[in-house]
Design a protein. Structure first.
Length: 135
């Protein structure tokens, strides 16, 4: 009887801890959304004066918390690479009234919503997430 009670208590604790862990760790689908949000936020930060945006907005900090500091992992490096490529690919406007300015936010939102980014993020999520080692 004593061992049965101990066994039941252990099973209860194990089940409870698995339940709690499942609630804390985001699913792959949630991580896909978070990574896409991260790309959108980074596009805006990189496309504008990052320090000024960061001074007034906490989105980047929140996304780092939610994604367990993706920026400090191999996934973050890959996402940052996608952002740089996207920002560099945005052409200046050909309309004279716009003085060759870029539609950074519009193009970033289009990219966020694209099948291309969804596929890229899914590929990144399939790869191992390795912490970056600083020297």
């Amino acid at each position: 009887m004593k061992y049965r009670t101990i066994l039941l208590a252990c099973l209860f604790i194990l089940g409870f801890s698995v339940h709690i862990k499942a609630q804390i760790e985001p699913s792959a689908k949630e991580m896909e959304s978070y990574y896409r949000w991260y790309v959108l936020a980074e596009c805006i930060y990189i496309g504008f004066d990052k320090d000024k945006v960061f001074e007034k907005d906490i989105t980047f900090s929140i996304l780092n918390d939610i994604t367990e500091y993706v920026k400090l992992t191999s996934h973050g490096r890959k996402l940052d690479s996608l952002v740089k490529i996207k920002i560099q690919s945005i052409p200046p406007s050909q309309i004279e009234d716009y003085q060759k300015k870029k539609a950074i936010i519009l193009e970033s939102m289009r990219y966020y919503d694209s099948e291309e980014l969804k596929r890229q993020v899914q590929e990144i999520l399939k790869s191992p997430r390795v912490p970056i080692k600083f020297k």
